[in-house]
Design a protein around this ligand. Sequence first.
Ligand code: PEP
Ligand code: MN
Length: 340
Amino acid sequence: MLLVMNKNASTEEIDSVIAAIKKQGYTPRPIPGGERVSIGILFNRGPVDGTLFLGLPGVKEAIPVTRPYKLVSREFQPRETVVQVGNVGIGKDSFAIIAGPCAVESETQALTIAKRVKEAGADLFRGGAFKPRTSPYSFQGLGKEGLKILDKVRDVTGLPIVTEVLDLDNFNMVEEYADVIQIGTRNMQNFSLLRRAGLSKKPVLLKRGMAATIDEWLMAAEYILAEGNSQVILCERGVRSFVNHSRNTLDLSAVPVVRNESHLPIIIDPSHAAGRRDQVIPLSRAAVAVEAHGIMVEVHHAPEEALSDGAQSLYPDQFNVLCRQVRSIYDNLRSGREGD
Ligand code: PEP
Ligand code: MN
């Protein structure tokens, strides 16, 4: 249930509605809007009787919420969320480009790539210090040393840092260094990790589980919002399918569905979807056309020597081409839409 307040509702009226919701044993969640405040009712078991609140001063409407997820839904918040990371706003009408290697391998490697992607026009730098690898014998990331390298990259280039957290043990450490905390596909339903991310003041990039439905994905995001952190960026990175021409199958149709269902920004990761460098530029172009709010792309200056995901990493020159093409499609779409 969502209680929509009158435009000129006073603070006292809002406070007394909040108190009335608590009195019924529910949890109120005020949602500031452009023009008016709405108050969501959470943690109700079974339907809420709207008439309990409709007569209270300042209450305009009681709207039943039909979706299983609430805080992430457009029913609760029609206004699109823009996640602010430094100078970059991700969401609504913007298109953000996040780029960098799969893993931080050394200071020289990270700085070399960061300078190239910055020159090409990337908005944020990505790189894993903790890597979720299928084999325990594969490179697992540099850990804290990797985070310190990312700190240096931010100092030198000014690019905000996106990096993955794998577990609760290292959450505080990753949170301290990251500008955006990534939760990977394998952890999409790690509920204790989601809850901890919900307590963070840092934005969270939540990847779609490789076999997750959109409802499951949005419910995972709901865990983060329910704890108080509404700065969530969703990331479609391909789902498992029967094909063998790519590592996963990029589900582009997730973008219009998620944009319709949720106010949260959604970006595309074409690198993990494809698993092969030759598909990354075409899929990035498609991401703009389908109106994603950005892309996250793996780039390496020497992919043949990369310690992880070399096959899908673009050479810096290819990333230049990608940025040019993607920005040009974006600008065209935008100017085409201005006359609508
Ligand atoms: C990554 O971004 O490096 C990564 C491990 O991605 P995913 O969780 O999508 O596999
Ligand atoms: Mn990777």
